[in-house]
Design a binder for this molecule. Structure first.
Ligand code: UDP
Length: 310
């Protein structure tokens, strides 16, 4: 049986990856310091003999006994509110943490996959964004701690590939939603849902004309799994190209929840990207992948999860 190490395995995406790999008969060692991850995301796996959990901060040396076939580096605060609160931890896990995870992959001869992000494109001046675009990033703004850490993560991953011959993958993840998103991570969807469920005002930042493109988590995880099993070393965008303005998105959530909430405007955060939409032609070509779940379907499943949580 093959074995994977997943850093950040108790987080939103990490925990869904644990499920996906276990379902495909790959044993999983999940490493998480539970800074933004949550044990409740992986509790259901504790009876599984192919699953191990290690509470550890991956900015320190990572020790995993025995053979390892895959290392997936998903540890990082990942919402704007989280990395505003945890700027140093965000920089450290993207730099020191990526270095340690790459060191583990090199030592074990494992395939390494790093969770990168559409944030490497910054506030993009092309839309949609393809993998050849280098981005428009402010290194010293509040989002810089995340964006630059992830850009460094890509750079060191390519360096380990080129200079140490490590078999590496880079996935650029666009906005993703689904069960196990944290209710209080400040992201648009959890914020809108908890406000709408409580009948509170729904806070749209700026005039709400900024766009995002939301991918349901099952689609995303399938794309990452295919990338892991491919032999593509250069970055691949994974996301859903169905673009929507944040104002429309808030209206959709209110309508789906049949909520009496009203929309109110709040100031737009610094460097908030005005547009974001993945060009997924490369994922289609190289991985034969495209998203299958439309927003309405995905939102209904996610809203059910949030309702139970609240
Ligand atoms: N946003 C909003 N209200 C909120 C939270 C977020 O209008 O209560 C906006 C935010 O300014 C951004 C978009 O929704 O334009 C998506 O924000 P999110 O934090 O989900 O992720 P981002 O794509 O900015 O990383």
């Amino acid at each position: 049986m093959k074995k994977a190490v997943i850093t950040g395995g108790a987080g939103f995406l990490g925990s869904h990856l644990c499920d996906k790999l276990l379902k495909n008969d790959i044993a999983v060692v999940c490493i998480d310091n539970l800074l933004t991850g949550d044990i409740s995301n992986i509790e259901h796996l504790f009876g599984n003999e192919n699953f191990t959990f290690i509470k550890h901060d991956v900015t320190n040396f990572i020790h995993v006994p025995g053979e390892v076939d895959y290392v997936l580096h998903f540890a990082s605060p990942a919402s704007p509110i989280d990395y505003l609160k945890l700027p140093i931890q965000t920089l450290k896990v993207g730099s020191l943490g990526t270095h340690k995870a790459l060191g583990l992959a090199k030592e074990k001869g494992a395939t390494f996959l790093i969770a990168s992000t559409s944030e490497v494109y910054g506030d993009p001046d092309i839309n949609p964004q393809n993998e050849e675009y280098w981005g428009n990033v402010n290194p010293i703004g509040p989002r810089g701690v995340y964006d630059e850490a992830k850009r460094f993560g890509e750079a060191i991953t390519m360096a380990y590939h080129r200079y140490h011959g490590v078999d590496t993958r880079i996935v650029r993840i666009f906005n993703t939603y689904g069960p196990r998103m944290r209710l209080n991570d400040g992201r648009a969807l959890p914020a809108f849902v908890s406000q709408a469920l409580k009948g509170e005002d729904v806070t749209v930042f700026g005039d709400g004309s900024q766009t995002r493109s939301f991918c349901y988590v099952d689609d995303l995880v399938e794309g990452i799994y295919r990338l892991l099993l491919s032999d593509e070393h250069e970055p691949v965008n994974i996301g859903n190209p169905d673009e929507i303005s944040i104002l429309q998105f808030a209206e959709e959530v209110i309508e789906l929840l049949n909520s009496p909430s009203k929309i109110v405007r709040k100031p737009l955060p610094i460097d908030d990207p005005k547009v974001r939409r993945p060009d997924i032609s490369k994922a289609k070509r190289v991985l034969n992948w495209e998203p299958k779940v439309n927003r309405r379907e995905g939102l209904i499943k996610t809203l059910d999860y949030f309702k139970k949580k609240i």
